[in-house]
Design a protein around this ligand. Sequence first.
Ligand code: FE
Ligand code: FE
Ligand code: ZN
Length: 277
Amino acid sequence: MLNIGCHLSIADGFEAIIKQALSIGANTFQFFTRNPRGFKAKDIDKQDIKNYLKIAKENNFTTVLAHAPYTLNPCSADEAIRVLAKNIFIDDLRRMEFIPGNMYNFHPGSHVGQGVKTGIQFITNLLNEILKPEQTTTVLLETMAGKGSEIGSKFEELKTIIDEINLKDKIGVCFDTCHVYDAGYDIVNDLDGVLEQFDKQIGLKNLKAVHLNDSMNPFASHKDRHQKIGQGSIGIKTFEQIINNKYLSNLPFYLETPNEIEGYAKEISILKNLFTS
Ligand code: FE
Ligand code: FE
Ligand code: ZN
């Protein structure tokens, strides 16, 4: 079975979001833990969570993915911004325990001129401070396009971060198809080669989720502009290969394409029809 969903708004709560996901044929979804361009979060509504967990169980929902705000930069040169990132992280992971056993994805951040080494040091320090043995949430580093001074556009950088983490079973990677292609990994002509490289440098056992996005820009453009599935430079054939790939087919897939709900429903149905594994 294809585990697939898309990015949805949590504005109306967990019960509303899971009902919306089910209505478009999804068995998972991604959501922002708080305002993606700010930091405001809604209070946890225990009744809403209770209703959500019941619906999730009845419908065999798979793992869901939370996404940290874009504005969070764990490797900023400004200490106040790093402290803010840490506090958001702690609060988000506390909130995630209300829906135990799921995943929390974040962008490793931008080193803003301090250099990759310093940036990575800030990220690993932060993760080692906030990850707890008792947490049930897996924290995912997202593969990035390499826009500006973004860390995480090279598999080696993600590997260096993971190597420094004490609680390795709490950490994983989310593979974003648009970002990886924009970063210069040719998933169109050599998906197996890219995955082999991922395995060698990070380890496929650390791969926990896939963001399915086509790209508005050509290979290795370092741009990060998502396109609808099949309408960008990656193309539908590659998405067919990705969802059916033996190393990927069991993972949860999340669409982050420029769509309203009807567009997501259509893409989910197209991908389900292409799934043969
Ligand atoms: Fe992201
Ligand atoms: Fe993404
Ligand atoms: Zn992106």
